[in-house]
Ligand binder design. Structure first.
Ligand code: F6R
Length: 607
């Protein structure tokens, strides 16, 4: 996920472009760049946050009233100046900024290279200016229309050609793009946040649409190159909210991004007909994976909980002995690791000090190291022997939400990959993969219940303690639900295996100590019902999360939230979503600083 901005108008473009990408910095901030036209292009790029680009530009005023800019969240290629946008063609006449992923870029790049094109970056984006260069014959809009026909994947693009420097051509497919229409200018951006300071009049481009913008106006075309008229909308948010796309907090925005995040995590990785999974990062070590006889997952916090769900999946369905350890323990307790043990680090940031130390410890003990990491080019991603990226875009809220569901989804894919190398049949794999593909739609239906979950939150917001209870696959989910609540609301919450209650914790239960049960209709459903009865008999109030159709639970529970049916191993991915919403609404109703809870930080780079 990256941020793009384009400006054409009667003012100096550079300050507006820089302001725009600063507003989009939440979308990615590992490197940035801009190109402004004034008889020639002025190009600037920098690695790191946008303040690094500011420093490069300081004292070197950039003239020009048309330009494009980009803030990057690396997907293909490390954060370097070569990989930062805008990207160029061989002639140097074209500038392109891109948000999204070009899935067929390898094939395009190979054939462009065969035809003599030279590339300077490792990005997927760079194929686009070279393709435009090949087809351009004096009309940039027709050239762009021809090139988008060759691209597979998701993109928001802004393009300038030196032979027609009075205009920017923009294209949307899969990545957001809006046109801001000012009194004497046009601004294009990935998000209203970059536009709202200059105009509130915007056009939302739809997938397949292409626009040409000039200071004198704009033209929009549909996928068949027909000129179309579109409604102009007025943005009503203030600037602060616009940065969060209208959501009051990044956490809520990220919860709602989950259908898209899961799609991005699985895209291109499932070969459904054959019941196979392919991770590009594992190509070189695929045979080594066959020899692994034990998998130790190391992680912290939410990533640890995703790992716990993964442990259950790997043992039950792939037959791979698996265990999960807090990275902070693993690094100090002299773990015994054999030559065929693999150590898998799960980390959103890829920078968590304990997880990184665990990877180094594992390597020092001769283990093979793997990673599931979100941030491209992060230290853990670089140090493991082989890895898988989540591809879910930046997670800004300190409380991890979309990373958890993505990590658990990737662990389910890994289960299929390792299972197929062992005892899993093609049919069993296909069943799991078909269900994984449905997860984004099923999460959508849960998100539609957000108002209902907010109303439940209002009923329980004053409770001082909560127990979160689940069994088997949802014992980790219970612990994750409790972590979400305690970290953003500061309310005491504990996650327990339901079966453990009677061994001690049940003593705490009374009418002021509510329990949240994660009890989908699975192989331990009846056991969970019995545990609920035990709570009920001690006057405990119960919020139950169960599968649609299990209405009998309403007799026992005070409040019930339904999730769609899915395979038992995938239930944590669906059940986590109402737990995130419940925690969010309780914290928001109690006026907590949801995105930046006290005492915490997003990336824990110290012990
Ligand atoms: C909880 C949370 C933390 C992180 C943990 C690991 O909501 O965000 O518990 O999960 O600090 O972080 P990563 O995944 O970056 O290694």
């Amino acid at each position: 996920m990256c941020g793009i901005v384009g400006y054409v108008g009667r003012k100096e473009a550079a300050p507006i472009l820089l302001d725009g990408i600063r507003k989009l910095e939440y979308r990615g901030y590992d490197s940035s760049g801009l190109s402004v036209w004034d008889g020639d292009f002025s190009d600037f790029k920098a690695v790191g946050k946008i303040c690094e680009l500011d420093k490069k530009i300081a004292g070197r005023p950039i003239a020009g009233r048309v330009g494009i800019a980009h803030t990057r969240w690396a997907t293909h290629g490390r954060p370097t100046e070569e990989n930062a946008h805008p990207h160029l063609d061989c002639s140097g006449k074209i500038r392109v900024v891109h948000n999204g992923i070009i899935e067929n870029y390898q094939a395009l790049k190979t054939s462009l290279r065969d035809r003599g094109h030279e590339f300077i970056s490792e990005t997927d984006t760079e194929v686009i200016p070279h393709l435009i260069e090949e087809v351009y014959d004096g009309d940039i809009i027709s050239a762009v229309m021809a090139v988008v026909g060759m691209l597979e994947g998701a993109y928001g693009l802004a393009i300038i050609h030196a032979d027609e420097p009075d205009k920017i051509v923009v294209v949307k497919r899969g990545s957001p793009l809006i046109l801001g229409i000012g009194p004497e200018e046009m601004i294009v951006a990935s998000d209203a946040a970059a536009v709202i300071r200059y105009t509130r009049d915007v056009i939302y481009l739809e997938d397949g649409e292409i626009a040409e913008i000039k200071d004198s106006g704009y033209r929009i075309f549909d996928g068949q190159a027909r000129a179309i008229e579109k409604n102009i909308h007025s943005i009503e948010w203030d600037i602060e909210r616009a940065e969060k796309s209208g959501y009051p907090h990044f956490m809520l925005k990220e919860i709602f991004e989950q259908p898209r995040a899961i799609e991005d995590s699985i895209r291109g990785r499932i070969i459904a007909e054959e019941g196979l999974v392919k991770f590009g990062g594992f190509d070189a070590i695929i045979d080594k994976l066959r020899e692994i006889d034990r998998l130790v997952i190391v992680a912290c916090g939410t990533a640890y909980h995703a790992g716990l769900a993964g442990e259950y999946m790997l043992e039950e369905h792939a037959g791979v002995p698996a265990e999960v350890e807090w990275a902070s323990e693993f690094r100090y307790r002299s773990p015994a690791l054999g030559p065929s043990t693999a150590v898998l680090a799960v980390s959103q940031s890829g920078e968590t000090a304990d997880t990184l130390a665990a990877v180094r410890e594992a390597r020092a003990r001769g283990a093979f190291t793997l990673g599931i990491v979100n941030v491209v080019g992060s230290t853990i991603a670089r140090e493991v022997d082989a890895g898988i990226y989540n591809h879910i875009g930046p997670e800004i809220s300190v409380a991890s939400t979309k990373a958890f569901t993505s990590q658990a989804t990737i662990l389910a894919l890994l289960t299929v990959l390792l299972g197929r190398q062992r005892r899993m049949t093609q049919g069993a794999a296909r069943e799991i993969l078909e269900e994984i593909k449905l997860l984004p739609f099923k999460i959508e239906t849960i998100l539609k219940q957000s108002d209902y979950i907010a109303a439940i939150a209002a009923k329980y917001r004053d409770a001082e303690h909560f127990a979160y209870l689940g069994r088997k696959y949802n014992q980790p989910t219970a612990r994750e639900g409790a972590l979400k609540l305690k970290e953003i609301s500061y309310i005491h919450a504990e996650g327990f295996a339901s079966g453990e209650m009677k061994h001690g914790p049940l003593a705490m239960i009374d009418e002021d100590f509510p329990s949240v049960f994660i009890a989908p209709r699975d192989s331990v459903y009846e056991k969970n019902l019995s545990n609920m009865e035990e709570i009920k008999s001690r006057d405990g109030r119960i919020i139950a999360i169960t599968t649609e159709g299990s209405n009998e639970i309403e007799v026992i529970a005070d409040d019930v939230i339904y999730i769609p049916p899915t395979l038992e191993m995938l239930t944590p991915i669906l059940a986590a979503v109402p737990l995130q919403l419940l925690a969010y609404y309780i914290a928001a109703l109690n006026d907590r600083d949801v995105d930046k809870p006290r005492n915490l930080a997003k990336s824990v780079t110290v012990e």
